[in-house]
Design a protein around this ligand. Structure first.
Ligand code: COA
Length: 261
């Protein structure tokens, strides 16, 4: 595993836990941290030992309090577009990762932090979590995919209210809106819940898991026909060894031993 300045990684039982570690800045995403997140997701894609991921922030105050505002003074029309496209590209890697990624939101998830959580497949929030896309209060707008993903996840009316008011919502409201899947009283309980969900997922066929993620993402793609992708993915599953194993295990009344092949 690579060593990073602003990310702590631990690997146990197939679960890579990635902790964003800039507590003095409430884990704000500066350019280096974004680069490290990109490298981290690229590496875990190729690491056979990693079957699923939990991403969280150091401490109990913040998941990520946004993009690092101290780097905003350099932004202009030209590099502003690049800034947005780079963030979008990196968060797309999370969304399209064929291994399940859970965001454990342990405090503030603001701006880019909320956008990172939304790019993950499942979100679990501790009871002190706070979510906001407050960019309009800074004279910009959510640009790491936030305008698109918030609208996809919670619907247009609630998403517009959140983005236009720039106000924070708490964990209960995030749960009621469908922005998060589960609440946990503490970070420790959130970690346990995340691990429990991942272990349930790990019982299933890895190729099928990756393809379900891909099909669900296709719902929101303008270029792709999700039904076509679903049918193609099903055909691919049918030629896999894991499908033979899954069916045989059911008929032989035993647990399947999936190999991801
Ligand atoms: N970028 C850069 N630094 C940030 C940051 C961000 N997004 N969010 C917090 N920090 C820094 C603060 O500048 C402060 O650093 P300092 O001690 O060197 O001054 C440190 O983190 C602690 O934050 P502070 O504001 O003192 O804590 P607080 O409890 O008073 O307030 C927040 C917490 C999250 C409400 C407040 O920090 C905030 O509004 N942050 C910006 C959120 C935001 O707009 N994010 C979207 C950016 S697009």
């Amino acid at each position: 595993m690579s060593n990073y300045k602003n990310l702590i990684q631990t690997l146990e039982d197939g679960i890579l836990t990635v902790t964003i570690d800039r507590p003095e800045k409430l884990n704000a995403l500066n350019s280096l941290t974004l680069s490290e997140l990109k490298s981290c997701v690229e590496n875990l894609l190729m690491d056979d030992e990693v079957k699923g991921v939990i991403i969280t922030g150091t401490g109990k105050r913040a998941f990520v309090a946004g993009a690092d505002i101290s780097e905003f003074t350099e932004l202009n029309e030209l590099n502003g577009r690049k800034f947005s496209e780079r963030g979008q590209e990196i968060f797309d890697l999370f969304e399209n990762c064929p291994k399940p990624i859970i965001a454990l939101v342990n405090g503030f998830a603001l701006g880019g932090g909320c956008e990172l959580a939304m790019a993950c497949h499942i979100r679990i929030a501790t009871e002190n979590a706070k979510f906001s896309l407050p960019e309009v209060s800074l004279g910009i707008l959510p640009a790491y995919g936030g305008t698109q993903r918030l609208t996809q996840i919670i619907g247009k009316g609630k998403a517009l209210e959140m983005m236009l008011t720039a106000e924070m919502i708490g964990a209960e409201e995030a749960l009621a809106n469908g922005l998060v899947n589960h609440l946990a009283p503490t970070k420790e309980e959130g970690l346990q819940k995340s691990m429990d969900i991942l272990h349930k997922i790990f019982k299933n066929a890895p190729l099928s898991i990756g393809m379900v993620i891909n099909c669900a993402n296709a719902v929101f793609s303008k270029e792709e026909d999700g039904y076509q992708i679903e049918a193609n993915s099903f055909a691919n599953c049918c030629k896999s060894m894991d499908f033979k194993e899954g069916a045989a295990a059911f008929l032989e009344k035993r647990k399947p031993d999936f190999k991801g092949e």
